[in-house]
Ligand binder design. Structure first.
Ligand code: CAA
Length: 390
């Protein structure tokens, strides 16, 4: 049975920060971010946008009433959960009006959670061939004002519908994963921001890539010739380029190198504007490639590298199916152009605003948030969301 991604959608908040403005404010040469990290902009979320509102908006981009009837599982992969106990997917389930006979869960392993969610979804379809699973990757990546990771923040969500006979791509049965117990990036329950050993984390990312790729190519007898493109988890785009240079041998033929390089640059277009969205970064990278590449065609294989600090990583491949381009958007750049640019002061106030509760656990927000979904208020410690009917 062929199982894979049938539909894919993306959502981001309507605000962004120009990375050059951040560099200027921190007294850093802008080229460090623009050339050194290949980052251009970062999506910034107001207090009324979180993993739930962004996830529901991303799924709304493609869900039909028919899809809603067929979905019997919704899984969210996230690092920035809104509750220690209740799954964020239950809120999304409710906002989207999915069937009550649905399983709703949340998966956590840093930026790897979305890939784990896809694996669970695929296995679910293996044993329930008529089922569709809604997988949401959704995160707000915040390191804090002045932190070393401040230039690698972002906010957004990718949603995917996983089913048999998919319209976009097939998830091949060639997964190789690796776990190593390291402290490169972690966020204790009492911390708003992660603790991160930045240079150690990039070394681990690249070493996990190299060792997993070696194992993958040995196990499945595959070389880079088998792939048109490689998609990476992208905390910042430059790390993907380093990844590419790590696994493409120096003596590799120039045509292959050029093709992978060109597709890499196509795949980072959206990430360069959104920043890190942890669980969704790899899938935003894939979306950017699929929606912007002029050279991909059905039957092409794409190699995927997922990495979540802590650390778990995975390499697997996907194959494009006939007519895949019909399920994609060609006008997404207009969404980026429509965003509102923030000043540094506005960014610092907006992204790091804290919910203030009264003694009964209530809070309401003075907001002009006109997004499809938003957080309206907190009542007795319960988050209350609203849907705007346009
Ligand atoms: N012009 C051009 N390039 C410049 C420059 C200039 N004026 N000044 C510096 N650079 C280059 C540097 O040479 C460097 O490039 P290379 O690595 O290719 O040499 C790049 O800019 C960054 O410079 P630094 O390494 O000195 O930057 P830094 O000390 O501020 O750290 C970082 C960068 C480690 C990525 C930091 O932003 C960070 O800690 N980020 C968060 C952690 C992270 O993203 N880790 C990635 C792997 S972990 C993961 O993937 C999970 C996840 O999502 C968090």
């Amino acid at each position: 049975m062929k199982i894979g991604i049938d539909k894919i959608g993306f959502a981001m908040p309507k605000y962004f920060l120009d990375i050059a403005d951040l560099a200027k404010a921190r007294n850093i040469n802008a080229n460090k971010y623009v050339k050194g990290l290949l980052q251009l902009e970062m999506s910034i979320a107001p207090i009324t946008q979180d993993i739930v509102t962004l996830g529901a908006t991303a799924a709304s981009e493609f869900l039909t009433e028919e899809d809603k009837k067929n979905i019997d599982m919704i899984i969210i992969g996230t690092e920035s959960g809104i509750d220690q106990s209740k799954s964020a997917s239950i809120f999304i389930h409710s906002l989207l009006g999915l069937s009550p006979f649905t399983r709703a869960i949340e998966v956590k392993e840093a930026c790897y959670g979305g890939t784990a969610a896809i694996a669970i979804a695929k296995n679910h379809v293996v044993s329930n061939p008529e089922a569709s699973v809604l997988v949401i990757t959704s995160d707000l990546a915040k390191y804090g004002i002045g932190a070393t990771g401040e230039s690698t923040q972002g906010a957004g969500s990718c949603a995917m519908l996983i089913k048999k006979d998919p319209s976009i791509l097939i998830l091949n049965d060639d997964n190789v994963y690796q776990t190593r117990d390291i402290m490169d990036f972690w966020r204790p329950n009492y911390s708003d921001f992660p603790h991160v050993d930045g240079h150690f984390s990039t070394k681990q990312y690249l070493d996990c890539l190299e060792t997993t790729w070696n194992e993958y190519s040995k196990k499945f007898n595959k070389s880079l010739d088998n792939f048109e493109a490689i998609c990476f988890h992208l905390p910042f785009p430059k790390i993907g380029l380093k990844g590419l240079n790590t696994i493409v041998p120096k003596q590799e033929n120039e045509n292959l190198k050029d093709k992978l390089n060109e597709n890499f640059h196509t795949s980072i277009i959206y990430n360069q504007k959104v920043g890190n969205i942890y669980t969704g970064s790899l899938y935003l990278n894939l979306l950017s490639l699929l929606e912007n590449s002029k050279s991909l065609s059905s039957g092409d294989n794409i190699l995927m590298y997922s990495y979540g600090s802590g650390a778990v990583c995975e390499i697997f491949s996907v194959t494009l199916v006939d007519g895949f381009e019909k399920r994609l958007r060609s006008d997404r750049m207009a969404d980026f152009d429509a965003r509102v640019k923030l000043s540094i002061e506005e960014y610092e106030k907006m992204f790091f605003e804290k919910i203030e509760l009264d003694e009964n656990g209530n809070s309401s927000f003075i907001s002009d948030d006109d997004s499809l979904f938003s957080l309206e208020k907190i009542e007795n410690h319960m988050r209350i969301y609203k849907k705007n009917n346009f």
